[in-house]
Structures are given as structure tokens and as C-alpha cells.
Design a protein around this ligand. Structure first.
Ligand code: 13P
Length: 332
């Protein structure tokens, strides 16, 4: 049994309280490689931002659970080495699909877990989330639960269509489960293909997707004042990265994300955690494809992973400073 506090990590409670009150959101970046972890830490330190490093079940299987726990401990030490005296880094399980997985993560040093029972019948979702909360809170680990279903593919969790969160359910759900934050469905979805071109409007040659359901978000906020809300599926799928990938041999057709203005607006509300994974994948792939196309003789991974890391770091800093507004928000 490893307690996250011994690894120098923090849970989400205090940073969410400050984010809701301050009208900004904490970035939750998915990672499974050393370069992603380094880029996340460098970006958080440079911008003086709290940060959530999250791993899905698939990422744990890819990177190995033991290695990830040491990577998180290493992330804290690295942030200090880069000059941040009091880093606020959360290690969070993204889309936990069972009590056993959540328990395993808590026992291995995670400071926050998500239990995703959103695909289950309501009462089963409540019972599962409550069970995870009861275990997690013994160790001061915070728990995110979800109501409403997001469309798209997130490692092993996938759904064909989305179902918006029903505001009339949130008080009962939050009260009975005791969860610390609530992920909701208001029109975001996982992956780099969030909308079909038919769902979008063509404005000055650019496909603009339908707006998020801010009316549902505001209704939820009214029912649960000050309660931390989470947005999954919040990559913007930057066209310059998609174009670079396609220019250098990739084939990403009709990739469409959530416009950053909408995420900026959501950050000012009770939305205090915004999940971004696909944008990091795109930034990494674009830089690697470009480097290898321009330097066909290179075969040392450092030659192409260094620009990939730089490109991800640039993207993370942009999100923190220009979209979520969490820069300069460390407690001390
Ligand atoms: P994106 O695919 O939009 O990056 O969403 C990631 C996410 O929500 C992880 O839980």
C-alpha cells in the first residue's frame, strides 16, 4: 500500500475549490509516455499551474502500473528540480470501470480516481460510485463520478451516441454517492472526430460544430452551487496539427474538435477540470511525422521525440494560459 502523500502528490479538493471560486479550470492531461510526462511537468512549472496527470486503464496496461506510479513520483521531483518549490500534481485514474481497478490505483499511490458508471442504469451507477467513494475517502483520495454518456472512444470505453446529463438527477446523485466532482455530458465527446461535417456549419471555409449545451451546464450549476464539474472530451483538434500530419503522410479526415472559445467560457463556470488527451496525441504525431519526413536518415528516437516533446509542451502551455486560465494559480 502506497499513500499518494508519500509521493508528494495532492488530491483535487483544494485546487477545485479555488478553481470554482476563481472562474478557471485545472488542466487534466492524459499521459502514458515519459515525453508526455516531461512536457506536462515543464508546462505546469513554467506557468505556475496546478495540474492533473491522468491515466486510463488502457494507458496503465500500456505503460505498466508500477512504472506509472514511479513516473508520478518522478514528476513531483522533476517539478521541484525545475524550480517549483510546492508543485500541485494530481495522479488521477481516468474512466475507472470497476471498484477493483479504483482500489488498485488507490493502493498504488493515485490521489484521485474516476469511477465511470455512466453507462449503467442509474441506481447501479449510484451504488458503484458510493462504494468507490467509501473506500477512497478513508485515504483522503478524491473521486470523480459521471452522469450522462459521452459519445466516442476512450480506450476501452466507447459509446455510439451521447445522452446529455439530466439536471434533475444531479442533486440526488451527488448527495447519495458523496462524490467530490461530477463529469457531465453537454456535447463534448472523446477522440479527434467529435462531429461529422454534416453536423457543422461552414463559416468562412471553416467547419464550426454545434455549441455545447450551456443551458444544461447552467441548470446543473444552479442545482449544485459551487460543486466541481468536469468536462471530458475537450480537445480542440487544432487544424495546424491535423494539416501537418496530413502533409507528411498521415490521413486524418474530417477531424473536428471543440472550439477553444467554448472551453474558455466553460472554464469560467463551475467547470473546474477539463480533460485533454487527443490534442497531445496530435501534437506528438505531427512533430514526429514532420521530423522523420524532413530527416529520413534519422533513427535515434531522441532526434524525433525531442521536437515531439517541445510541440506538446507548447500546446499544454497554450491550453493553460489561453484557454483554461490556471496559470499562476498555485497555492504557494
Ligand atoms: P479528448 O479525446 O477530447 O482529448 O478527451 C479526453 C478525455 O476526455 C479523457 O477522459
Amino acid at each position: 500500500m502506497v499513500n499518494y502523500k508519500d509521493l508528494g502528490l495532492v488530491n483535487t479538493r483544494e485546487m477545485f475549490k479555488r478553481a470554482v471560486a476563481g472562474g478557471y479550470a485545472i488542466p487534466a492531461f492524459n499521459f502514458n509516455t515519459m515525453e508526455q510526462m516531461q512536457a506536462i511537468v515543464m508546462a505546469a512549472v513554467e506557468t505556475k499551474s496546478p495540474v492533473i496527470m491522468q491515466v486510463s486503464k488502457g494507458a496503465r496496461n500500456y505503460a505498466n502500473a508500477t512504472i506509472l506510479r514511479y513516473m508520478a513520483e518522478g514528476a513531483v521531483a522533476y517539478a521541484k528540480e525545475l524550480g517549483c518549490a510546492h508543485p500541485e500534481i494530481v495522479l488521477h485514474l481516468d474512466h475507472g470501470d470497476s471498484f477493483e481497478l479504483c482500489k488498485d490505483c488507490i493502493d498504488m499511490g493515485f490521489s484521485s480516481v474516476m469511477i465511470d458508471g455512466s453507462h449503467l442504469p442509474y441506481e447501479e451507477n449510484v451504488a458503484l460510485a458510493k462504494k468507490v467513494v467509501e473506500y477512497a475517502h478513508q485515504f483522503d483520495v478524491t473521486v470523480e463520478a459521471e452522469l450522462g454518456v459521452l459519445a466516442g472512444v476512450e480506450d476501452e470505453v466507447s459509446a455510439a451516441e451521447s445522452h446529455y446529463t439530466k439536471p434533475e438527477e444531479v442533486i440526488d446523485f451527488a448527495t447519495r454517492t458523496g462524490c467530490d466532482s461530477l463529469a457531465i455530458s453537454i456535447g463534448t465527446s472523446h477522440g479527434a472526430h467529435k462531429f461529422t461535417p454534416e453536423q457543422c456549419t461552414l463559416v468562412n471555409g471553416v467547419l464550426v460544430p454545434p455549441p455545447l449545451a450551456f443551458d444544461i451546464l447552467h441548470e446543473i450549476e444552479k442545482k449544485l452551487p459551487g460543486f466541481p464539474i468536469v468536462l471530458h472530451g475537450s480537445s480542440s483538434v487544432p487544424m495546424d496539427e491535423v494539416n501537418t500530419i496530413n502533409q507528411y503522410g498521415g490521413k486524418l479526415e474530417a477531424a473536428i474538435g471543440i472550439p477553444e472559445e467554448q472551453l474558455r467560457e466553460a472554464s469560467k463556470s463551475a467547470v473546474c477540470k477539463i480533460n485533454i488527451d487527443s490534442d497531445s496525441r496530435l501534437a506528438m504525431t505531427a512533430a514526429i511525422r514532420k521530423h522523420l519526413a524532413e530527416h529520413p536518415g534519422d533513427f535515434d528516437p531522441r532526434q524525433y521525440l525531442k521536437p515531439a516533446r517541445e510541440n506538446m509542451k507548447k500546446m499544454y502551455i497554450h491550453k493553460i494560459v489561453n484557454v483554461l486560465g490556471s496559470d499562476g494559480k498555485l497555492a504557494q
